[in-house]
Each structure stands twice: as C-alpha cells, then as structure tokens.
Design a protein around this ligand. Structure first.
Ligand code: FAD
Length: 494
C-alpha cells in the first residue's frame, strides 16, 4: 500500500501525523518530537505547512500550530566554515541568545482533566520522573500522577547526547551505569519501542599525564567490575577511530560496551507503558505551589487545579531548585545551559563516542548516521536559558576539526541547547527533604539520562518497601550541611 509523505527528510507520513494527533499530541512541538518531522536537513521548510494544515483539519486550534522553534544554523553548514570563526570574538554567556518559544498549551477541552487526588505525584515528565512512574507501577503502586509543565521531551531528556557509558570513576556509578546499559539493550523488547541503541563504545582521550593517571585508576576499577575497558596508546586508538590526530592526546581508554541511544523514544516508551498500567501523565500542567500541613505536603497546586496526595517527588531537572523552593526547601543546584548539534546523516565512519578529557568536547555518530556533538563552555553562567549561540558552533567546530580534521566536511544541520542540573559535588540529590513525604530526584548534571533506568528501579524498590539502597542516605540533601560528606564525582563530560 502506498503512503503519503509529509516530511521527506525524515520519512514521516500523513498516517504518522494522524496517529500522533490521535495519541493527544496537538501542538507542533509535540508532534515534531513524536514523529521526528522537521528535524532533517530542510528543517521543516517543506513539511511544516503540510503538517500544520493536517493538524488544523484534524481539529487543532490556530494557537497549537504556531511554528516550532527554528534551529540555527538555518542551512546545512560545514564544520570547516564554522571553524574559521574566532570564538573569542563572539559573546559568551546569554548575551544576544534568542529565547526559546514557550510551550503552546492545547486549546480548552483538549487536555484530559487532572484527578482530584493521587497516591504519588511526580513533578517532571523527563526521563527520571517517567522511569520512576513506570517502575512504581510495575511494583503495584499505580495511583501515580506525573505532571509536566510542557510537552514530553521539552526538558534535558529531550535535548541530550544519548550517551550511555559504564566508564566511571567510582564503584557506585559503574554499578548503576552497568545496570542502565543492560536495561537500554533490552528497552525495545521490554517497552516496545526502538531507541536506536548503538553499542559502539566510548573512547576517552587523555591530553596529558594527569588525565592518563585518571584513566589508569579507572581501568583498574573497571576490571574489578568485569568490564572490557582497555588503555590504548595513540596508535592503538587510531585502530578504533582511524582519523584522529594522534598529536592531540597521549593515551586513551576504550570500553567497547558503552553506547549511544536516541533519547526521545525512551520517554514515549516509559510514558506509554506506565499509562497502560494506570499511571496518569498530564502534560501542560505546571506546578505552582505545594500545600503543607505539619511535617507533610498535602496538595500539589497547578495552573489546572490542586491535587491531594500522599507523596510528592521533585523530578523537575533544571527546574528542581524552583520546585523545591515552592515548599520552602533550599537546594544548591545550579541550572546551566549546555549546547549540542547534529550533522547530516552519513555512512558509518565513527564507532565510539569520542571525548577529549579536560576540554568538554565529545561527539558520536548515531545509529541513523548523524554526527552528534557538544562541548561545555567554562564561561557559561547559571540560568535556565535554552537559546543557541554562534560561539558554541565556533568552539565545537574548532575543537572537533583539530582533533579529527576529516570532520571539517561534515555539515551541521541543527543546534539546540538544554540545561544541566548541576550540584556542588556533581552527584544527585535523593530522598526526602524538608518534609517526610517530599522526595527529591534531581541534580544529575550531564549524566541523568544514562542513570535514570537503574536509579528508577532502586527508588521504586525503596518506595514500595523492597529495601533502601545506601545511596539514598549518601546523596541526601543533608550531606551539603555535613563537612566532608559531599564527595565529588569528577569524571564528567561537559
Ligand atoms: C546538551 C546536553 C547533553 C547531555 N548529554 C547526556 C548524555 O549524553 N548522557 C546522559 O546520560 N545525560 C546527558 N545529559 C543530561 C541529561 O539529559 C539529564 O541529566 C536528564 O535528562 C535529566 O532528566 P530529568 O528528568 O531530571 O530532567 P528533564 O528532562 O529536564 O525533565 C524535567 C521536567 O520537569 C518539567 N518541569 C519543570 N518545572 C515544572 C513545574 N513547575 N511543573 C511541572 N513540570 C515542571 C520540565 O518541563 C521538564 O520536562 C545531557 C544534557 C544536555 C543538556
């Protein structure tokens, strides 16, 4: 049978757009994330109007079909051209950064109502909130409500690099990541959705002796966990990634079992399966207050009404500090913008995700062939800002083409940004804070995506009486008030 294509770049058909609408996705940002339309090289120039027309025909309101945020650089641009720009001449921070378009709430009557009460209310429908809802439901605790102020994938969970690695520097992180990797491999089977898992490994490059010492320490730890991490000379690293410039690093660490995924389907998978077990996921429902009585929270207030509850989980990612403040709880998180880009789809040329230690630079090739890369900026100030900068393009282009000159020919198709949710010790904040029934599940910096599947299992075990992992005490908010209790995690990228 023939199909009517609306988005030729991403092969999105009329039927898929209709299915998205039938599943409740009415605004263009949601439909874009649900179907992938508009994310290819033409960036919606040929399909936006067609999709908008179909949504209107199906019953969407004019407000819902406001165009999605356009992503620079506007037309595919080679990294070599961007590398000719001097980042030092481009403004750092948020100066001149255009704001992201606000989420468009569906018209009146289009959203299912909020329940009057729920046993557990999870604030934040990112990967941490949704994976916890799913794991709670699997364990029988199904009267769970997930609230998100926007569409699914609006937060960092829909904006990240999809890297999943077990190469960490502490036993806890290695254990969690190994479990997450195992769950990622099974995700398609268990949750019925393709997440484009590509087990190409991670290759960490050490530019100096201090970084080599870190890699050596880590490799010993990994061996104790049965991992296949190997330390490589630059020549050996070239056998894994042939086009690297070997003068840019002195040693490397490679675990072939790390990998990358496509983040969006994880959220659809967790949300769909959780809802099938009775969980309610309500988007465009912003939490505005937390009502208290004695040492307990009693209601979550939203811009769509209040919900009575037994337990509240703050899984609001970069917004978690704001959400905690609604209950008068102060947390030390710092939301910080991180930028990322995607290139045109190419033949496979890069197996592992490559990261040059000490610079924040990383890049990988997705299962679909696109180069995906980012680079942290030490001059980035605190703040929830989601706009994109030319400075990032210039910094990434310079650093990546120096490390791998062949990348100069790769054309950048889109750039965007999300926020890391940074804590003083780069570890999450977990467990109750301020109120016995106000749980925290945030502060995952630049690695929350890969930790979520395993963390959700542990958290759900605890909340359903199956035992409390000692991480929940170690990573409580109270640690920041105890001298020496906050031991930093330093093997982070970005
Ligand atoms: C550029 C970039 C690259 C990254 N790369 C990786 C990587 O390769 N691997 C990895 O593991 N991690 C990576 N990360 C980090 C990872 O994306 C995050 O740690 C993770 O997604 C956090 O998930 P979350 O559910 O806590 O937050 P989010 O996904 O941000 O979800 C929080 C949700 O809360 C909602 N919310 C906020 N306030 C309210 C409110 N008042 N009421 C209702 N809802 C509210 C938001 O709309 C949002 O949807 C990266 C992050 C960025 C930005």
């Amino acid at each position: 049978m023939g199909k009517t294509l609306l988005c030729a770049c991403e092969d999105v058909s009329l039927e898929e757009v209709r299915r998205a609408f039938a599943a409740g996705h009415r605004d263009l940002e949601s439909v874009k994330r649900y179907t992938g339309f508009g994310t290819g090289p033409c960036q919606g120039k040929s399909c936006l109007a067609l999709v908008a027309r179909e949504l209107l025909r199906l019953g969407a309101t004019p407000g819902e079909i406001a165009p999605f945020t356009s992503r620079p650089p506007g037309q595919p641009t080679p990294l070599a051209a961007l590398a000719a720009l001097d980042p030092a001449t481009l403004p750092a921070g948020h100066q001149g950064v255009p704001p992201e378009a606000p989420p468009r709430r569906p018209g009146p009557g289009a959203l299912p109502p909020l329940p009057e009460r729920a046993d557990v209310v999870i604030i934040g429908g990112g990967i941490l909130g949704l994976s916890l809802a799913y794991e709670l439901a699997r364990r029988g605790r199904r009267d769970v409500l997930v609230l998100d102020q926007a569409y699914l994938n609006a937060g960092a969970s829909g904006r990240n690099g999809g890297g999943v690695r077990a190469q960490w520097s502490t036993s806890d992180m290695v254990t969690l990541a190994l479990r997450s990797l195992a769950l990622c491999r099974r995700f398609a089977v268990d949750l019925g959705i393709n997440v484009w898992f590509r087990p190409g490994g991670y290759l960490f490059l050490a530019p100096d002796g201090a970084q080599v010492a870190r890699l050596e320490r880590n490799a010993e730890l990994h061996a104790r966990h049965g991992m296949r991490t190997r330390l490589l000379s630059p020549e050996q690293a070239l056998e894994v990634v042939p086009h690297l410039d070997p003068s840019r690093f002195v040693a490397a660490s490679w675990n072939p079992d790390d990998g990358v995924v496509f983040p969006w389907p994880f959220l659809w998978g967790y949300a769909t399966q959780a809802e099938a077990m009775g969980v309610k996921v309500r988007t465009f429902s912003r939490v505005t207050g937390l009502r208290r009585s004695g040492d307990r929270l009693t209601h979550v207030e939203t811009d769509r009404g209040a919900v009575a509850c037994q337990l509240v989980v703050n899984a609001a990612g970069a917004w978690s500090k704001q959400v905690a403040a609604l209950a008068g709880v102060a947390t030390p998180n710092r939301p910080t913008r991180h930028e990322i880009l995607v290139g045109e789809p190419l033949e496979p040329f890069l197996d592992p995700l490559v990261s040059l230690l000490g610079t924040g630079l990383y890049f990988s090739q997705s299962q679909r062939g696109e180069l995906v890369g980012g680079m942290g900026d030490p001059d980035e100030p605190e703040g929830i800002v989601l706009g994109s900068s030319l400075r990032f393009l210039a910094r990434f282009a310079r650093a990546s083409t120096r490390l791998m000159p062949r990348l100069g020919g790769v054309k950048v198709v889109r750039q965007w940004a999300g926020c890391y949710d940074v804590t003083p010790d780069n570890n999450p904040i977990l467990g109750p804070a301020g109120y016995a029934n106000f749980h925290q599940l945030h502060g995952f910096v630049g690695h929350g995506f890969m930790m979520a599947p395993a963390m959700a299992e542990l958290y759900a075990d605890w909340l359903t009486g199956r035992g409390k992992h000692e991480l929940f005490d170690r990573f409580s908010l109270a640690r920041f008030a105890r001298p020496g209790a906050a031991v930093g995690e330093d093997f982070i990228i970005g």
